[in-house]
Ligand binder design. Sequence first.
Ligand code: ZN
Ligand code: ZN
Ligand code: ZN
Length: 393
Amino acid sequence: MPSIDLLADSAEVAHYLGVLSEKDFREARAARLEGVQRALEETRTDALVLSLGADLPWLTGYEAMPLERLTALVVLRGEMPVLLVPELEAPRVRPDDELFSLRPWAEGSDPYDMVAGLLGTAESVAVSDRMWATALLEIQGRSRQAGYSAASSLLAPLRGQKDAVELLLLARAAHITDLVAEEILAGEVPLLGRPEREVSADIAARLITHGLQRVNFAIVGSGPNSASPHHEPGLRVIAGGDPVVLDFGGVFALGEEPGYCSDTTRTVVVEQVPDGFGELYQALHVAQAAALREASSSISGASLDAVARDAISGAGFGSYFIHRTGHGIGLEEHEDPYVASVNPRPLGPYAAFSIEPGIYIPGRFGARIEDICVTGEHHAVSLNRSSRDMVIV
Ligand code: ZN
Ligand code: ZN
Ligand code: ZN
């Protein structure tokens, strides 16, 4: 991995992505499987069963449809994984003989018996956190000898350390998303007089136009709604004097490969700054910059959360910062590692996560600034590059 600094340069990132081949993706997955086998060995776990969710595409490039028929990758320690898929889904799987053997199951046969047959006498089985409870209960009912655990304890440290392919995709997703942030900051996305919902749809359309494959969300919270961190954009018409929180992101994908997420927030003010908002924004801006500066592989999620929180508390807004400072990002919009008081572990090298403190005064207004950053061996770099200054549009 060359220096992480190049991830901030959109031309460099586009260049590297342009020369990535299918072989690079296959090699990255092979390395991930080696990491999984090592983790099974180290934790003396006999088997790992992946199903719905991001663990499966991370390891195989294949994403299961969230339907009732079972898809399961059974990874036994020291053995070639087996991918069980409903027969009708099999054509969607890109086979990779070096990574897994494919076993389609026919309608009418029992895939849970097949899982039990593969698990054999396994005593410790880790299962995908996102596996449906109904599927887990079927598996547990047939393999009663085993103890079960959540796969995240095994996989979070692995998925939390992104490889070069993942970092390039995350950077590209961020750069595309920045183009829309820049359009907003330049006043090119009309806000005044439009309902939040219409602005949200506008942002979503622009994200696709600029090159994302999918939009995950486009939050537009205006006036008093800016004080609700996950506000659902509604019918409120944006007026002069409104602060507007705009938080949006989606997925960038190359070819058939699983896509990676983006997530950025900017807060702008329409026409004039309401009383008291300038001080709030200034305190937030300082806190977010401090956290970006202190981000590194060695700082813990809890300590980095405290950097932002202490700055906001010091400015007198502590009780209005009601969420964690950030979340990991990758195949999922929110994943490990969390920049939160509950995470005492170092963030580690090549982790990707948001830094998104916010200040929300109920009934009045709020603001949030969010960037995705990546840690190197020492420092960290922000993938999002649009201005964080308070902008009046
Ligand atoms: Zn959020
Ligand atoms: Zn966000
Ligand atoms: Zn976020």
